[in-house]
Each structure stands twice: as structure tokens, then as C-alpha cells.
Design a protein around this ligand. Structure first.
Ligand SMILES: NC(=O)c1ccc[n+]([C@@H]2O[C@H](COP(=O)([O-])OP(=O)(O)OC[C@H]3O[C@@H](n4cnc5c(N)ncnc54)[C@H](O)[C@@H]3O)[C@@H](O)[C@H]2O)c1
Length: 348
């Protein structure tokens, strides 16, 4: 069976979505939509899609697809997600899921009311190196993990392809922080408390472009998350995240150049975990492009009833709450405990 899908938002990142859908067995994009009709039509031609629309409501009512892939910026998500769910579609929403916890909760409730699956396109956990690390942790290779370090620090000009990022008030935590918090939860479990400090290194951007966060997980493990969009290295590392996981039986190190070093009690082994470059892909984007393809293959498994959403909107709501808590911690200089913070509405 081939599921019929539509894509909404024909901008920069949606090109990766479209290429990946074209190589995903079991799914076909039957229409694309952008409020700018010229963009929608360009996508229709470039990707050989049957139809293009400039109004998502008209497209959903006309086609009633099995799934909808929303690749617009955050402020449009609540309206579009609720629209797609109301037409019975499994709905995928790009990150950031929502501008506020309240807006995210509204979408999760809409999915429950519609009885439809809602997924957030969180592709970092689908990156090949993190799939390998998770498998190693699950098989008990390093014993009980008690420490994780994630480091996403680079100097790549992200503002060239995404000029809106230079104008947003909330930058690094909302753009990449939530990816890293999702990976921390994926590898180490849910979080009890967080503290965070932010920096604005590039004075030409409005929001924070660097932060360091410390997460305490419910089982006592800790994660240190470092992120910067203004770091200088002789060899650019973008878009790689470096990682270190330590357990009571060994450690794993994800080093630059996709080298995964496994430290057992008395052995050190190194493995190359670089993802393949998709036929339609280019370096250094292949890390992200392959993860988009892996996520979309997962969506077909969810449509088939063979997998549960990784992650669902409900799961991602807690990641969003962590991001909101990180902002409060940075502002007030205090540790935020997640249970009371969420019970009080996660700020906004
Ligand atoms: N997961 C990742 O690795 C990753 C990477 C880059 C961007 N993103 C996310 O993808 C999203 C899109 O980013 P982008 O850089 O492609 O943005 P973009 O501005 O290039 O594209 C968004 C498109 O959506 C269209 N649009 C907006 N509202 C619409 C509506 N109501 N109906 C139809 N079309 C509408 C716009 O006209 C535009 O063409 C953002 O949320 C961003 O954070 C994710």
C-alpha cells in the first residue's frame, strides 16, 4: 500500500523532505502547498508532484490525504496542525513544535480529540551516530549510563539559508537546544531539573547564539549540553554534534569526523558511523539529509501500525517545556524543577 501525503511549506528545509519522500517506499506526496503560489508551483515542477495549492484548507478538504507534512516556521504550526488533524490526516510538524507550551498542548489535545497521530519532525535522534549510541546503551554495552555530554559548536553561517534566524528573539535554544534536549531524553531518559546560561556572541543577531545547560535526569544521571553558532575551528564541524556517554561498564565517545570510540573495561574500539550521502544529498548536509530519510521511513511504519511515533507531539511537549525552563533559568540564574514548572503551565 502507498500512503497519500501532502507537504505544506515549500521553503529551504522542505527540499530535504521532498527528496527523502521520493526515496521512501510506501509513501507518495500527491500535492504541495505554499501560501506563495509561485513557490508551490516551483516545488510541484521540481519534484514531479501532481498538484500545487496556495491554501492548505482547500488542499486538505479536496484531497483528504493519509498524512500531512508541515514544514513551515513555528508561528504557523497551531493553525496548520489543527487543520490537518481535523481532516483525519496523520500529521507531522517540523520543530520547533510551538512557540509556547500552551500552544503545544493545544495541538496535542487536538490530536487526542481527532484520534490521529501527531509526530514532531525531530531528526537529530534519527541521525545515524545517535541511532548507534542508543543501540549500544540499550544492549548494556557500557553498563548503567550516568553522564552524557552533547556539544554542538560551530561557526557555519546559518543565517545565509535561514535569514529569519538573525531576527528572532529566542535563537539557539529554540533552534537547536530542543534537538539536543530531545537527544538527551532519547539516550538518558526524562529530566527532573535544568539550569542554563546563555550568551550572545555575534552582535549582528538578536537572540542568544550560545548556551550551556545542565540537565539532571530522573534516575540521577546528568547531561551537559553545549551549543554555539559562533565558534571557530580550523576544520568546520557543522552540523556534527560531538558526544560522550559514560556508564559504570564503559564509555562511548562520538568524535569529529563521525568516529565512534567504544571504551570497554580493557579495550578501545573505533567505528566509522558516518551516514551515507543520499543520491540527492551533499556534504556536509548528508548527516541531516540521511536522518530526514530515516525519520520519513519511520512515519510509514507508524502509518502501518508497526511503530509508535518517535517522537510524538505529547513527548515533544516535555522537550519544549525544557526549552522554556532553560530560558527561565538563564534569566533568573536558578535551577528549574520540571514537575512544578510544567504544573504551573511552563511559563507560557
Ligand atoms: N529539523 C531540522 O534539522 C531543520 C533544519 C532547518 C529548518 N528546520 C525547521 O523547518 C521549518 C521551516 O524552515 P525553513 O528554513 O524551510 O523556512 P522557510 O521560510 O524557508 O520556508 C517556510 C515556507 O512556508 C511557507 N508558509 C508559511 N506559512 C504557510 C501557510 N500557512 N501555508 C502554506 N505555506 C506557508 C512560506 O511561504 C515558506 O515558503 C522551521 O520551523 C525550521 O525551524 C528544521
Amino acid at each position: 500500500m502507498t500512503y497519500r501525503g501532502v507537504l505544506i511549506g515549500c521553503g529551504f528545509f522542505a527540499q530535504n523532505h521532498m527528496h527523502a519522500w521520493q526515496s521512501t517506499p510506501g509513501a507518495e506526496i500527491v500535492a504541495v502547498c505554499d501560501r506563495d503560489p509561485a513557490r508551490a508551483e516551483q516545488f510541484r515542477r521540481d519534484f514531479g508532484v501532481a498538484e500545487s495549492f496556495s491554501d492548505a484548507a482547500v488542499m486538505m478538504a479536496t484531497l483528504r490525504p493519509d498524512f500531512a507534512d508541515i514544514v513551515t516556521t513555528v508561528e504557523t504550526h497551531p493553525e496548520l496542525v489543527k487543520l490537518c488533524l481535523s481532516h483525519g490526516a496523520l500529521t507531522i510538524c517540523q520543530k520547533p513544535f510551538a512557540e509556547s507550551y500552551a500552544a503545544g498542548l493545544e495541538m496535542v489535545k487536538a490530536a487526542e480529540a481527532a484520534g490521529r497521530q501527531l509526530l514532531v519532525h525531530e531528526n537529530f535522534r534519527w541521525q545515524k551516530p545517535f541511532r548507534h549510541i542508543r543501540a549500544a546503551v540499550e544492549t548494556g554495552e557500557i553498563g548503567r549510563p550516568h553522564f552524557l555530554r552533547l556539544s554542538f559548536r560551530h561557526g557555519h553561517d546559518i543565517y545565509a539559508n535561514q535569514p529569519y534566524l538573525a531576527r528572532v528573539e529566542e535563537l539557539a535554544l529554540m533552534d537547536v537546544g530542543l534537538h539536543l534536549f530531545d537527544v538527551a531524553r532519547f539516550l538518558m531518559g526524562d529530566v527532573d531539573s535544568i539550569s542554563c546560561t546563555t550568551q550572545r556572541l555575534n552582535q549582528r543577531v538578536r537572540g542568544e547564539d550560545a548556551f550551556v545547560a545542565l540537565l539532571r535526569h530522573k534516575d540521577g544521571a546528568v547531561t551537559s549540553v553545549e551549543c554555539s553558532f559562533d565558534s571557530r575551528f580550523g576544520e568546520e564541524r557543522f552540523p556534527q554534534t560531538l558526544a560522550q556517554v559514560e556508564g559504570d561498564g564503559g564509555s562511548l565517545e562520538l568524535l569529529a569526523g563521525y568516529r565512534l570510540r567504544r571504551h570497554g573495561p580493557d579495550v578501545i574500539a573505533e567505528e566509522d558511523v558516518e551516514p551515507p550521502v543520499p543520491l540527492w544529498g551533499t556534504r556536509p548536509w548528508h548527516l541531516i539529509q540521511e536522518s530526514v530519510a530515516a525519520f520519513e521511513a519511520h512515519v510509514v511504519e507508524v502509518l502501518d501500525g508497526r511503530a509508535v511515533p518517535q517522537p510524538s507531539g505529547a513527548h515533544n511537549l516535555e522537550t519544549l517545556a525544557l526549552t522554556r525552563a532553560a530560558y527561565r533559568s538563564a534569566r533568573q540564574g536558578e535551577t528549574i524543577h520540571m514537575a512544578p514548572f510544567i504544573a504551573a503551565g511552563a511559563e507560557r
